[in-house]
Unconditional design. Structure first.
Length: 140
């Protein structure tokens, strides 16, 4: 049996995060499974980007892969207190969604691959704070 591709898993992760982060009472305006050139003023935004792969052979079972992703949260820098609160709200909800979906039909395990980092960014000429959350997904 063939394992899911990194693209298939990235797209499934985008669907999962969209369902858990976007909507009434939820902190994010949109989730994309690719980087856009502009967010047209939307904030907060979450982007899922591919960040590497590590393969491992399994005896009698075929292969196992660990896919690495960067889940990027973008918050407009329109007011630092508001932006800081929004970053915290998005990070908390991301944590909850990933924790609640450790194993799905798309992967055998998902979790965090290290500490997140917040840096200034510009998307389409607009200033944002960007939090980079490393995530790993195991498929076999």
């Amino acid at each position: 049996m063939a394992i899911k591709t990194r693209q298939e898993v990235r797209e499934a992760l985008g669907v999962l995060l969209n369902a858990g982060l976007v909507g009434t009472g939820l902190p994010v305006q949109a989730v994309y499974d690719y980087m856009k050139g502009t967010f047209d003023g939307q904030s907060p935004i979450v982007v899922v980007g591919s960040a590497g792969v590590e393969g491992e052979a399994l005896t009698f079972q075929g292969s196992k892969a660990t896919y690495f992703y960067e889940v990027l949260s973008f918050v407009a820098r329109e007011g630092e207190e508001v932006a800081e609160d929004a970053l915290d709200q998005v990070a908390q909800k991301l944590y909850q969604v990933i924790e609640a979906n450790r194993k799905t039909g798309n992967w055998q395990w998902i979790g965090f691959a290290g500490r997140s980092k917040v840096v200034p960014a510009a998307v389409g000429g607009d200033p944002y704070w960007m939090e980079v959350l490393p995530v790993e997904v195991k498929v076999y």
